[in-house]
Write a protein that binds this ligand. Structure first.
Ligand code: GLA
Length: 384
């Protein structure tokens, strides 16, 4: 049934990082409005996703999930209709266990009835968590169950698996039918969290691609410490430079780009990051090749990591990240990417944050990068 869902990494907004359980019909509608009015929609963001804490504490007498009437007084169908009226898609949340992570009823042994309920409401995306999994039940089987239910529920619903990288998920999730899978624990609005999550997926990029994307978790770009949860955001959050690097890494690593800040109140810097079309184009490249890590730094102790992604039109996306606490030099040696110097070719470099051409380079490209900053280049092979 699903028609080409997940051809490129899904893009959208999710309520959890900023609002946790403080969600309502009003918030979701305003966020849908903001998605359109700010220009996010025109950049490709399309899913408005309600995370945990949306339902009543009990199913109804027929075993069907019911939206919390205080938060969603007109029911979920009305919310879905509103989101659709804006030309956007509507996402919801459940869990493979008996309860969601926040303790609400979840879909274990209710997979087929829940898939039908979501289809009836007009849901287009389901995030499926991993809490309260009955002891001894293999997670692999539970994701296969919900995938089967969703793929036959009569509506195209993108399946966003969320088991935090547990139980070897990289090895079996693609076969289950899910279009994306969380490979990491929950993100926090800190540089430490961002860099640890990104690094944990270096070298695992061959296990994702078109139809099934490695989800490094929702973005914290633009949160600046604004969250209901003092675990997700404790303090002031990150600098705009760190958010820029976060977005660049998620983009080149083909992670779904699910915004987690309050999109009704974004600074210009936040908008600039989330709406950088050169960076988004790298993420949405139709071939969906994973990014490999290039180890061509000149000497030990340099903390600049380099990711390279092969693009559909022959170009290469290159993301150089300074994970160190001091300014440092990053060097891309072209022979490490497969380009012999004797070929007579080099690369013409386009800077995806400055939006300008830097000219042609033979053999290698070097630049200084400030602490936690990055350089993202689109490299075109040219005759020197
Ligand atoms: C888990 C998930 C988060 C979020 C919460 C909701 O922790 O990993 O992304 O969905 O549950 O309770």
């Amino acid at each position: 049934m699903p028609k080409n869902l997940g051809l490129t990494p899904p893009m959208g907004w999710n309520s959890w990082n900023t609002f946790t359980d403080k969600i309502s019909e009003g918030l979701i509608k305003e966020s849908a409005d903001a998605m359109v009015e700010t220009g996010l929609k025109d950049c490709g963001y399309e899913y408005i996703v309600i995370d945990d804490c949306w339902s009543k504490r009990q199913r109804d007498e027929n075993g069907v999930l019911v939206a919390d009437p205080e938060k969603f007084p007109n029911g979920m169908k009305a919310v879905a209709d509103y989101v659709h009226s804006k030309g956007l898609k509507f996402g919801m949340y459940s869990c493979a266990g008996t309860h969601t992570c926040a303790g609400y009823p979840a879909s274990f042994e209710h997979e087929f009835v829940d898939a039908k309920t979501f289809a009836d409401w007009g849901v287009d995306f389901l995030k499926y968590d991993y809490c309260y999994k009955p002891d001894g039940m293999p997670g692999e089987l539970l994701y296969k169950r919900m995938a089967m239910a969703l793929r036959n529920c009569g509506r195209d619903i993108l399946f966003s698996a969320c088991n935090w990288g547990a139980d070897g998920v990289h090895n079996w999730i693609r076969e289950s039918g899910a279009q994306m899978f969380r490979s990491t624990g929950d993100i926090q609005d800190t540089w430490n969290s961002i860099s640890n999550l990104a690094k944990s997926q270096f070298g695992k990029q061959s296990q994702q691609g078109v139809y099934c994307w490695n989800d490094i978790d929702m973005l914290v770009v633009g949160m600046h410490g604004g969250s209901n949860s003092s675990w997700i955001a404790d303090g002031m959050g990150c600098t705009d430079i760190e958010y820029k690097t976060h977005f660049s890494m998620w983009a080149i690593m083909n992670s779904p780009l699910m915004i987690g800040c309050d999109i009704r109140n974004m600074t210009d810097a936040t908008k600039n990051i989330l709406m950088n079309k050169d960076i988004i184009a790298i993420n949405q490249d139709p071939e969906g090749r994973g990014a490999y890590v290039l180890n061509s730094n000149g000497w030990a102790g340099v903390n600049v990591k380099i990711l390279v992604k092969v693009l559909e039109n022959g170009d290469y996306a290159i993301c150089m990240v300074n994970f160190g606490d001091h300014r440092g030099m990053g060097t891309v040696c072209f022979w490490d990417m497969g380009l012999p110097t004797a070929s007579g070719y080099g690369f013409e470099m386009y800077d995806c944050w400055e939006h300008k051409n830097e000219g042609k380079f033979a053999e290698r490209y070097s630049c200084d990068i400030e602490s936690h900053d990055c350089k993202v280049l689109r490299a075109k092979l040219v005759k020197m």
